[in-house]
Design a protein around this ligand. Structure first.
Ligand code: AHR
Length: 649
């Protein structure tokens, strides 16, 4: 009876929008679901040189000589003419986090040097921009002088600076100075010369541009932070991804060795060094220069919820599958408890004090914590239970993100899903890397989920145009639109889906192991993919409350090759409709609504050729175009995502 009334009242409202072809019905009064502020977030992992060689501002690769092959990234100067014994790597086995350093020993007056090639294509220099050079050294005489040179792509110096280190230094000492190139260059190098006679030990040679985000020491690349900021993420998942697990436990991510002075941070080999056989990157190490303090600080800057994911006592289950015996799991659980204390504890607590000493007395307000990345099976379930009890016991307010392996409706997933539902878990993390067709077909996946059960975090997803993990996958418009189709389904089910993030976020144009990615970059610039714009169109139009958009009472998940969802933004009285047109031709779209709408429509449309991508040469090939209309009938462009914004009057 109630339903009948609803239909009649909508019918009566139709004349308000004088158009004969009203086909799609929007109801705003019948749903009372708030859109979670966390719905559209980001997944950050140091994959594809996302951190070292990417957003982390350091320009020198292997600055501390701690790579497994300590001269990786370096060459001596002049090439081939160095006398035996001048450069010697020392390995201090008593120092576990930062064991190696370089001794330079010049017994007869000479000039020798070290050249660093930076990451991938080489160092980018900007004319007139100061670069901060830092050296950590120890010396027992002050007879050696230094000279640093910025070298351009033609092997010509674009600035040189002589340095007289202040004095003899028995203890490790840090010296800093700025150097400003007189010209710009990509594919540059950095040269440090040692002039005279004497001995010096070096533990870090570092170079940062001064235009890093917020001009911070040890800062992040500004253009890449801006790209993230412009997505207005509701949360930031970190540090992964598979690097959480590591290919072996020894290479897992351990947050405690990523904070504090750089020389205390422990470099580990990335799982991405050799995990992708056709994209080997043997020099892929994680310096941890972008560690957990920098991460929390970034979340605060971006006003986004932090979501750390921690190791569950298991290495990557696609890889070596090592597990920590259950009786030895306590240090792993303690890591989780200590991280919460580091983020939220009072300055009198052990880890709260550490945070305060690092410069942040105020808490970082952590409420989400993941245990395990893509873990599954009874061993994971057993370990997860121990973590959960300990975390909930001490911090009942923390919402735990629980893994389900690599998702879909396969036994691995179903097992974890049923375990987690029986345990009334807070949040279940599902991952999808699949074909564009799969994403289109599965826009209704969450329609049947138990809305009173655990919340869903679609923690990783991306349409794969060729095959999962294939180096031929492309960021085409069609792939992006298929994700948009799926996302209308996430939005329609915002009462159970509370978070979602595309993955991976970054891909270095030559240094990648995985494709597709949301943002492609090289050492000086970056561009947005169509997938980026899809994410942005959803996240910047998230609304405050769900509305309902239907055709003949069915949700629009492929009807007429259209996919749609609707929200209301009560804060600025707007009805927002997102509609994906997968037709190869223009398609009419018109709505009737149970509320009175203004006649002006703001329209943002992302469209183009289905198989086209953006690129450095054509970075704006596919991007949203804004227009305004008074017409009742919207023409949806072929292959498009359109956001329609109506004023509610
Ligand atoms: O996003 C790339 C990888 O895909 C992640 O590291 C992992 O969690 C998933 O398998």
């Amino acid at each position: 009876m109630k339903n009948k009334f609803k239909i009649i009242s909508l019918f009566l409202l139709l004349p308000l929008l004088s158009n004969a072809q009203k086909k799609y019905v929007v109801e705003t009064k019948t749903v009372n679901v708030q859109i979670p502020k966390t719905l559209w977030g980001l997944f950050f992992e140091d994959i594809n040189r996302g951190a070292d060689g990417g957003i982390y501002g350091e320009l020198i690769k292997n600055r501390s000589f701690d790579f497994p092959k300590p001269m990786t990234g370096w060459d001596t100067w002049p090439n081939g003419k160095i006398r035996e014994g001048i450069f010697l790597i020392n390995n201090n086995l008593l120092e576990t986090n930062n064991p190696k350093y370089l001794n330079v020993d010049i017994t007869m007056k000479d000039t020798v040097g070290l050249i660093n090639f930076g990451y991938e294509e080489g160092i980018s220099y900007k004319k007139g921009l100061p670069y901060k050079f830092t050296i950590r050294y120890r010396q027992n005489s002050a007879n050696l002088h230094l000279r640093i040179l910025l070298i351009n792509r033609d092997n010509k110096p674009i600035m040189s600076k002589g340095i007289i280190l202040p004095s003899k230094a028995d203890e490790w000492t840090t010296f800093e100075t700025n150097i400003t190139p007189i010209d710009s260059s990509t594919a540059g190098k950095f040269l440090i010369l040692f002039e005279g006679e004497g001995k010096i030990s070096i533990d870090r040679i570092s170079l940062f541009p001064s235009d890093v985000y917020k001009n911070r020491d040890n800062g992040l690349r500004n253009d890449l932070v801006q790209k993230i900021a412009e997505l207005k993420p509701g949360f930031l998942r970190f540090p992964g991804g598979c690097i959480v697990e590591g290919n072996q436990l020894v290479n897992r991510y351990q947050w405690k060795t990523t904070i504090g002075p750089l020389e205390k941070r422990k470099l580990v080999q990335s799982i991405w060094a050799d995990d992708v056989k056709n994209r080997l990157t043997p020099d892929y190490m994680e310096s941890m220069g972008l560690g957990f303090y920098e991460y929390f600080q970034l979340c605060e800057d971006l006003k986004t919820e932090p979501m750390p994911i921690l190791n569950a006592g298991m290495s990557c289950q696609f890889d070596e599958k090592e597990i920590v015996p259950i009786e030895q799991i306590t240090p792993f659980v303690d890591d989780a408890l200590d991280l919460i204390e580091f983020a939220n504890g009072s300055v009198t607590s052990k880890w709260g004090k550490t945070r305060s000493e690092l410069g942040h007395p105020a808490p970082f307000n952590l409420t989400y914590l993941g245990v395990g990345n893509e873990n599954w099976g009874p061993q994971y379930a057993e370990r997860l239970e121990i973590f959960t009890k300990a975390i909930k016991n001490k911090y009942p307010y923390i919402k735990i993100v629980n893994a389900t392996g690599y998702s879909r409706n396969i036994p691995v997933f179903s097992y974890m899903d049923s375990v987690l539902r029986a345990r009334k878990a807070d949040i279940i993390d599902e991952h999808f890397y699949d074909t564009p067709e799969w994403f289109m077909k599965n826009a209704n996946r969450y329609d049947t989920y138990d809305k009173k059960g655990p919340k869903i975090f679609v923690g990783e997803y991306a349409a794969q145009t060729t095959k999962i993990g294939s180096p031929d996958n492309k960021n085409t418009l069609k792939a992006a639109l298929s994700e948009a189709c799926f996302m209308t389904g996430l939005e329609r089910n915002a009462d159970v889906v509370s978070m979602a993030s595309y993955a991976p976020l970054f891909g270095h144009i030559t240094g990648w192991q995985w494709t597709p990615n949301l943002i492609w970059f090289d050492n000086s610039k970056s561009y947005n993919t169509p997938n980026y714009y899809v994410q942005q169109m959803f996240s910047t139009n998230s609304g405050t409350h769900l509305a309902k958009i239907t055709s003949n009472n069915s949700s629009i998940t492929g009807i007429d090759s259209l996919w749609a969802s609707a929200v209301v933004d009560k804060s600025n009285k707007t009805l927002i409709i997102k509609v994906v047109n997968m037709n190869s031709s223009e398609t009419d779209f018109n709505i009737s609504s149970d509320i009175r709408l203004g006649e002006n429509i703001k329209i943002y449309s992302l469209s183009g050729e289905a198989n086209k991508e953006n690129s450095f040469d054509d970075s704006k090939n596919i991007k949203p175009i804004f227009s305004e209309s008074k017409a009742n009938l919207t023409k949806l462009k072929p292959y498009s995502l359109t956001v329609l914004k109506f004023e509610i009057i």
